[in-house]
Design a protein around this ligand. Sequence first.
Ligand SMILES: [Zn+2]
Ligand SMILES: [Zn+2]
Length: 484
Amino acid sequence: METVGLPGPPVNVRGYQRLFHAFGLTSRFEKGVTRWFYPKLLENLVFDSPALKVALCQPLDAFRLYLSKATLIVVPANLVDHWKTQIDKHVSAGQLRILVWTDNKKLSPHNLAWDYDVVITTFSRLSAEWNPRKKSPLIQVHWLRIMLDEGHTLGSSLSLTNKFQMAVSLTASSRWLLTGTPTPNTPNSQLSHLQPLLKFLHEEVYGDNLKFWEAGILRPFEAEIEEGRSRLLQLLQRYMICSRKKDLRMIPPCIKKSTYINFVPRHARSYNELVESVRRNILLADWNDPSHVESLLNSKQWKFRNATINNVRLSCCVAGHIKMTDAGQDIKETMDDLVEGGLDDSTFEYSSIQNCLISGCNCKRCGEWCRLPVITPCRHLLCLDCVALDSERCTFPGCGYLYEMQTLLARPENPNPKWPVPKDLIELQPSYNQDDWNPDWQSTSSSKVSYLYNINAVRNSHYPQHPRCTLQKSQAGQLLCWIE
Ligand SMILES: [Zn+2]
Ligand SMILES: [Zn+2]
């Protein structure tokens, strides 16, 4: 309890006497100084001088903040509907006044603050609202709670974005940030992406002060010094609530069941085409020689090899195609070589070979479909299986044409050849510029989808009363479970 009296406010403010009187303080002039005393019989009143200083120094009309009990939820645009559906699902109709604000509509701060319980807006709206000269209505509301969904996007760019400045400037009693991936999964400096999130949360030490963060946590942590780790852990324990799937009791158990699915014919054909193109590349690189610099078997081609393996995996899930560009031009060169070797370009044979090289044909030896047939100098179109049977001569029945063999001397494309290879055969083949495997959901089929469609058709035959509706719903559910 103040007994000696206060000399006045800690700063010189005109007209403070009126305020002090309004609080019930009484003034006494003693020894040339005015001192202020609490009213007698008033107990437990403490004069908060710093707060008084703030209150007196800031003019009342500088900036008006509308107190609100509303929650502001900021989400990526694609999640707006999800929030709406979840609110509809879990809250009775009319219980919450909800505003979804995603467009350029002008809103007044008092409407925002007082007419709604929940305001949902997007990160792009948040960015667009940033204007250092004119305060956005979002800034003029003192929210009960702000929640950023997928809040790690604040940390994805370490530069000062509009979105970030806006998020930090919002005023609220509680600040929440919801994310499944607080930091990006990159090998280096993931930790620095955490600081913007702390700044949004108004974490007093490391969030508000970048230097403290760098010196106290970031640098020691990256230098693998224990101090950095333990400080980070303490910080996260204070600021983070982590719920893992296994902590939630409401999620039904995940039942995993592996089923081997046979290819449907169309999917099988598209898968085989991809495998064939990979085999063709390896065979034509000096007849499966790993020392050929461009072979997928060469250890230096690991990048393309990984891409190939990814493509093959993808092709197991859905049918697709390999985009082949500029194939026409290279095929023309092959055709010219054949003409030099005696093929008449006005014949049916000419156009037939050309078509086979462009869009595939059945192998002339075994009759199997072949997307990328190999043309021999003796003008036999063979599949990879058939051509690979013999590296020295054509395997077409009755032909036996002997290829011109490459000697075992070192060449730029193969510094260490393992075996002699059919030079003229390899050089004759057109090269195809191949893009990635393109799964085409609209126009091709997938063995997985066919399988799911069939089991659902069986299931739904037990529920004849709502056949269409049930089929669609459970099908969508199944797809989510099954497609990786
Ligand atoms: Zn064949
Ligand atoms: Zn032949």
